[in-house]
Write a protein that binds this ligand. Structure first.
Ligand code: SF4
Length: 392
């Protein structure tokens, strides 16, 4: 569906309860090759495609800035994808400059997702362009596992990039790890933890590889099925080892040294507004949600015509809004301030949630502390079912 910026603006005018700070997500939809397990929107990298994306992005930034005016202050930028580390430091700097000159901002963090095969010499340029946080798609410090995953990088490339990051003192570095991979052993986890000890990144994400139907990796899962219990044990092994190394398990899949939590992602879990730029990017402002079409050409031609080509566009009811806020907040170790939630949502009926909540607290699936309710760390892997038992 096509939606004009004026129509979006008319809904935006009706949003009364929005926060004043927001995050901006920039989706770069190109990769050098497609990893067989990946379901994200990404296209084979080519210069013409990148040119079209840069043109579309410029238009989208300008229109979105006019939409929010001076009513919202930009705090965080996150370059995700795709593989945004295919953007040169100069291109990255130009985009950041465009964003800064378009939005009213008090920027506290700029993250760039970076694949380990990126040229180490580019790190300095990214740092100078304003990137404060590198999120490295390392996945594993085991070459055999990287091969199984169909990644383009090797252990050697990862260490070259890390050495450079250390040499130029990149302020904040995240390691993205994956677990639940066919062929993974305890020594895979050990190798990852040894690398953590050696490099001491500020932040670590550990994701369970999700088994999907419609991806080429399906045959690998069929040939070499993952033992779910073992995968859960390994996920917990990361938690206990990383806690010992001084990392706080602040969200189901995320660990950080104190003060290095990802501010942009915290906006999602704290249910604060964000705008998504680029094909397939999602936005959330107050009750309003929209998602750009996952089609570079349509997204770009729409912007040329002065409209947004969307896959989704809807307004949540107050009840749905509350449910989403609870679901996101409970992903955090600190959980939710239940009493504050009631103050913030005066028209909502909390009685059914509270009845279910007391049951979940007595079974140990939820915990109370002061006015906060949270999922205990040893139940993080059950969080989806705990949250849905609370909400429905
Ligand atoms: S590099 Fe990332 S986004 Fe690109 S195909 Fe691989 S997993 Fe997907």
């Amino acid at each position: 569906m096509k939606v004009s910026w004026a129509e979006l603006r008319s809904h935006f005018d009706n949003i009364s309860q929005i926060e004043t700070k927001f995050g901006l997500y920039v989706h770069f939809p190109f990769c050098a090759s497609k990893c067989p397990y990946c379901h994200f929107y990404s296209l084979p990298f080519d210069k013409e495609g990148k040119k079209a994306w840069l043109e579309g992005l410029r238009k989208e930034i300008g229109a979105a800035a006019r939409l929010v005016g001076t009513g919202l202050i930009l705090e965080t930028i996150y370059f995700g994808g795709g593989t945004p580390s295919l953007l040169s430091p100069k291109e990255t700097a130009n985009i950041i400059a465009e964003i800064k000159s378009s939005f009213y901002h008090e920027i506290r963090e700029i993250t760039l997702e970076c694949n380990p095969e990126a040229p180490p010499d580019w790190l300095k340029g990214w740092k100078e362009s304003g990137v404060t946080r590198l999120s490295l798609g390392i996945q594993s410090f085991d070459d055999k596992i990287l091969k199984t995953l169909g990644r383009r990088h090797s252990l050697e490339m990862t260490w070259k990039l890390l050495e450079k990051a250390r040499e130029i003192s990149f302020l904040s570095v995240n390691f993205d790890f994956m677990t639940g991979i066919p062929g993974e052993t305890d020594s895979t986890v050990e190798a990852n933890l040894e690398a953590v000890e050696e490099f001491a990144p500020q932040h670590i994400s550990v994701y369970l590889l999700e088994e999907l139907e419609a991806v080429p990796f399906k045959t690998i899962w069929e040939e070499n099925p993952v033992d779910e219990e073992l995968a859960a044990e390994r996920f917990s092994a990361y938690a206990s080892s990383l806690n010992k190394l001084g990392y706080e398990h602040y969200e189901i899949s995320n660990y950080a040294r104190p003060g290095f939590e990802c501010l942009h992602n915290l906006k999602y879990w704290h249910y604060q507004p964000f705008l998504g730029m680029g094909p397939a990017a999602a936005s959330h402002l107050g009750l309003l949600r929209w998602k750009n079409i996952a089609d570079l050409k349509k997204w770009q031609t729409g912007l040329e015509e002065g409209v947004l080509w969307l896959e989704e566009f809807f307004s949540l009811s107050r009840e749905e809004w509350l449910k989403e806020k609870i679901a996101f907040g409970l992903r955090l170790k600190s959980g939710l301030d239940w009493e504050q939630l009631k103050v913030d949502h005066p028209g909502c009926d909390f009685s059914a949630y509270e009845k279910r909540m007391y049951r979940l607290v007595s079974s140990g699936d939820l915990k109370w502390s002061g006015s906060r309710v949270y999922i205990p760390e040893d139940k993080f892997l059950l969080s989806n079912s705990i949250i849905s038992s609370l909400l429905f």
